[in-house]
Structure formats: C-alpha cells, structure tokens
Write a protein that binds this ligand. Structure first.
Ligand code: SF4
Length: 361
C-alpha cells in the first residue's frame, strides 16, 4: 500500500511541476469534503492541488421556506414530524426546529423506513417525514411510500426536498466554465443512475471525473489519475469505488424513484432556480404529499446577513473567507445550514481548518 501511495503522490508532484499552475478539483458530495479532511488528504496534497467544495450537502440545498414549513407542521395538533437529526439545527427565517418547534411533535429518524415504522406504531397521529437528500435517499423514500400505499397506511406523508444533482452541476459548470479542472462525483448518485449519467461532464466540459467511495486509498489514487489526465489533455470517468457501479445505473432503483417522484425545478444556493433538480411527488401520490394535505405556507424569506453559503456551495469561496466564520457562526451556534449540517462545508472547515482564521477579537 505504501508503494501505491508513494507512486500516486509522485504523479501529483510531477504534474504540478510540469503544469506550473493550480489544479482545482470539485468535491460534489459533502461527505467527500468531510472524509478528505478526516483522512488528512486535503492537507497532504501538493500545494497546487486545491479541493474545492460543491453543492452536495443534503441539508444545505433546500427552498428557503423549507424550515419554516417544517416549523408550521410541528404546530398542527395531530401531526408528528419525523426528521433527520441533521435538520434540527438548521436555522430558517423563523428559527430552527431545535429551538423553536413544538418538541412534543418531533421524532428523530434515520431514514424514510424509520418514519414509516412510526406511522405503523402511532396510528392516531399523522407522521410527516421531512424527506431530504439526493437520489439514494429518494430511493428509500419512494420505497416507504410504495409500502404505505400497498398496506393502505393513511397516516404517513412526506415534505419532499429530495434533490438530483445532475442539472445543478450542469448549471454550475456552465457558470464556472474553465475554472474547475476536474470533478469528484457523488458516488451514491452514480450507483443509482450509473456513470453514463455524468458522461456529459467529460464530453461537454472536458473535465476528468472520479467516482470514488470514501476509502482514502481510492481517493488518493483517483486524484493522481485525474492529474495524469489533465497533464495529457485527456478526460474520462475513473471508477474507484468498492461497490459495483453499473454504467447504466440500477434499473430497479430508477423505476422505484420515478414511480413516485417527478423532477421539478428547485432553488439551489448560489445557482438560483435549476430546472429538473428537485423530486416532487407525482399527482397520483397526492395522499402522501404533506404540501397537499396541510395548509402550510411560507411566512417570510430572508438570508443570513453576511453568510456566503451560496459561494461556498459553488466552490467560489472557502468557508474561512466568510466574515462570520468562527465569530458569529460556530458549530455550537450556527448562522446557516453549511455550519449546522454534519456534512456542511463550513462545519468541516470549522472542525479541521479553523486555526487558519484570525484569532477572536
Ligand atoms: S461560516 Fe456560517 S455564515 Fe459563513 S458561510 Fe458558513 S454557514 Fe454561512
């Protein structure tokens, strides 16, 4: 293994020397940012290789009224909101679920399956699951809805904020054309939709892509391969994932998602509205759509003054450049979702790169 590591870093060093400029590689999945910090990869790369953050933090990409909607749901008498822990601390315009919700009306769950089990056990309440995450999480939610329908479980519905990264990435790369050199793709989306789904990044933008899990050896070797391709003016999709990734994707997952959801436009931080990037329930699934079952409306929309999450999630700025970082925005008291969420980029920088900021005044 040591020899493979040496060889990979030797390739990176050689390419950096020959290229004589910085290489920007975007981590499209927030878990990669966390894992690359945790495994020391970010600090071990040659200085000219920069890993930049992308839009793939599940608790960071949502409509700005989403947290407000969830807060309203917790105030409806016969509703129990089933929510993933990551969302509890995310501040919305009217507050956070942790501080401002009716706590008697919240249950923490891990996934849609857990929320569905709640619906089976608490039959005198309606369980509303705050469905968030990307394609892999949408598979779980679609499965729970199909199960609820086949078992005629009436007290289960969802507030969908599931996202598909493909269209968002295209909009991002069109706006940043030329200043991202390569991409580390979201591995779970690749497993659902297949690597061919991302072929356009290579064809249209000539950027090498890496599909890697979170194994550090795979990531190091994958980054070396990206560097080799950049030097050779080549681009391809390199797969270094311990799990099988079919180029065409998993047809069972695909059919499950699209039997329940259709793609609609969604707002992304820093990108604005992106067509076909948000999973909404199909019309014949209205019984499971909390937006249709309850009268919840956006109250007011606002952005945290000074917060630069929109730039951070497009790789245009590092969190440490935010004027609030480690001052008015800390993990203990987050000002916005990028710091509140476990896979948020600001949270990752706060944990592993905080010393680089100015000391507190
Ligand atoms: S440090 Fe806080 S305020 Fe600044 S960009 Fe990150 S989440 Fe927003």
């Amino acid at each position: 293994m040591l020899e493979r590591i040496r060889k990979s870093y030797a390739i990176m060093d050689q390419v950096c020397r020959q290229l004589g400029r910085e290489i920007f590689i975007m981590e499209t999945c927030g878990v990669h940012t966390v894992s690359n910090f945790r495994n020391g990869i970010r600090t071990s790369l040659p200085q000219n290789i920069k890993l930049i953050t992308g839009p793939g933090c599940p608790a960071c990409a949502y409509e700005s009224d989403y947290i407000d909607m969830l807060l309203q749901l917790t105030r409806i008498d016969n509703v129990v909101l089933a929510v993933q822990a990551d969302l509890m601390r995310v501040p919305g315009p009217s507050g956070s679920l942790e501080k401002d919700a009716d706590r008697g009306h919240i249950e923490i769950v891990v996934n849609a399956g857990d929320a569905f089990k709640l619906a089976e056990s608490i039959t005198d309440k309606i369980i509303v699951y705050s469905a968030m995450g990307f394609s892999d999480a949408a598979v779980d939610t679609a499965g729970a809805i199909i199960q609820a329908r086949s078992q005629r479980v009436k007290n289960f519905c969802i507030v969908s904020n599931h996202r598909s990264t493909t269209a968002a990435l295209r909009q991002l790369f069109e706006s940043r054309c030329g200043d991202v050199d390569a991409v580390i793709l979201p591995p779970f989306a690749a497993r659902v939709y297949g690597i061919n789904r991302f072929r356009w990044i290579v064809d249209d933008f000539k950027m090498p892509c890496l599909v890697a899990g979170f194994d550090p050896m795979n990531t190091i070797e994958g980054i070396a391969e990206i560097c080799r391709q950049i030097m050779a003016h080549a681009a391809g999709i390199t797969v270094m994932f311990d799990e099988d990734v079919d180029p065409q994707g998993n047809s069972e997952f695909y059919e499950l998602i699209h039997s329940v959801f259709q793609l609609d436009s969604g707002v992304w931080p820093g990108l604005g509205r992106v067509e076909k990037s948000r999973y909404v329930l199909k019309d014949d699934m209205a019984d499971f759509d909390a937006y249709k079952r309850f009268d919840v409306k956006p109250t007011h929309l606002s952005k945290t003054p000074g917060c630069i999450c929109d730039q951070v999630l497009c790789g245009r700025a590092e969190p440490t450049k935010c004027p609030l970082f480690d001052r008015d925005c800390t993990y203990e008291n987050p000002a916005d979702s990028c710091m509140a969420a476990e896979d948020g980029p600001c949270r990752a920088y706060y944990r592993w790169a905080r010393k680089k900021t100015k000391p507190r005044e």
